[in-house]
Design a protein around this ligand. Structure first.
Ligand code: ADP
Ligand code: MG
Length: 325
């Protein structure tokens, strides 16, 4: 086949008179072996036999040209990804021994929020000032130490979606508000959640919420995720996924590829969000999961972005371990 042709998309609308099977056989016999060939067969006459001929030859058959074109586009993207030479993988100075000590004794399953935070913190992912207390009056004291405004969250084993249980109270401005919110959490939730603690946290000042994550694919290894974050992620599903290794540019490309990437730029008078802070955190996450293969899944949501030079913070993280300590 012509060297200027990288792939073929054969569209075939079968008029009544033509033998679709013969056409299919012709496509099969002339298809180049080293380039992708996709076929699209519209019309019914002898459709089944024709499809069987092509599929037996390993040529995917589509009913609609839109689908065939979409797959061709994905093939082009895949090739470009496979051909692109990633730059060097950034390495950071981290507290590896500290993370190892935290993970050493931990059983398989989800770490508690503060344990996940400590592990990610050891790798330099920034978290707000925070304290874990049990009683509402201790929450007030913690809030004074941290500085107002603060956030209080319930933390308990297995509590993964705190907002759904109304277990997050934000924008608490003074001791009275902290006490009331803490007491409300305790009265509503403590009985149902044995071992529940109150996590008093500095309130992040930024306005834009992104998410960072990692899951492991049995074939491709670590998959990194970057997206628009917050409590509506499941609805928005605006995420970019990349396989390792991520070079220094990769996280920026991921954020730029989001549908909602404009939300991260200058927006309604707000300065641009510090995407570099999120990029840095994602690359640190890459180093963490490379160092500790037991880490099966991580989600930081949200990472709240301030303006560049400001205080961008991961305010919620979960981390799942697999296997034996
Ligand atoms: P969950 O995801 O388990 O429901 P989060 O800890 O993510 O709970 O809190 C829910 C939302 O509350 C976040 O998406 C964010 O908008 C807000 N929030 C939580 N912690 C803080 C914080 N420290 N500063 C500012 N906003 C916060
Ligand atoms: Mg969250």
């Amino acid at each position: 086949a012509d060297e200027h042709v990288d792939g073929l998309l054969v569209l075939f609308v079968s008029p009544i008179m033509i033998d679709a099977q013969a056409v299919a056989e012709a496509i099969r016999d002339h298809a180049p072996k080293d380039k992708p060939v996709l076929a699209c067969l519209m019309g019914r006459q002898k459709g089944r036999e024709a499809i069987a001929v092509l599929e037996d030859a390993g040529i995917p058959v589509f009913r609609y040209p839109e689908d065939a074109a979409r797959i061709m586009r994905l093939l082009v993207r895949r090739r470009a990804l496979l051909d692109s030479e990633p730059g060097p993988v950034p390495r950071f100075k981290v507290q590896r021994a500290r993370a190892a000590a935290l993970l050493e004794a931990a059983p398989a399953g989800w770490l508690t929020g503060s344990a996940a935070e400590a592990v990610l913190g050891a790798y330099g992912i920034p978290f707000p000032r925070g304290r874990l207390v049990r009683a509402p009056k201790d929450a007030v004291e913690a809030a004074h130490e941290i500085g107002f405004p603060v956030v209080i969250k319930a933390e308990a084993p297995g509590l993964l979606h705190k907002s759904e249980h109304r277990a997050v109270a934000t924008r608490l401005q003074n001791g009275d508000e902290v006490f009331a919110a803490a007491r409300d959490l305790v009265t509503r939730l403590a009985r149902r959640m044995p071992g529940m603690m109150l996590h008093v946290q500095e309130m992040a000042g930024g306005h834009r919420e992104v998410l960072l994550g990692m899951t492991r694919d049995p074939r491709y290894g670590p998959l990194f995720v970057a997206g628009i974050g917050g409590t509506h992620v499941e609805v928005l599903r605006d995420v970019a996924v990349r396989i390792a290794p991520l070079d220094a540019a990769a996280p920026f490309e991921m954020f730029a590829s989001l549908k909602g990437s404009v939300l991260l730029g200058e927006f309604r008078g707000d300065p641009p969000a510090d995407v570099a802070a999120a990029a840095d955190a994602l690359l640190r996450l890459q180093q963490l999961v490379a160092d500790f293969p037991r880490i099966a899944e991580v989600e930081v949501n949200p990472f709240i972005l301030d303006a560049p030079g400001g205080r961008s913070l991961a305010v919620d993280a979960r981390l799942r371990l697999e296997g034996e300590p």
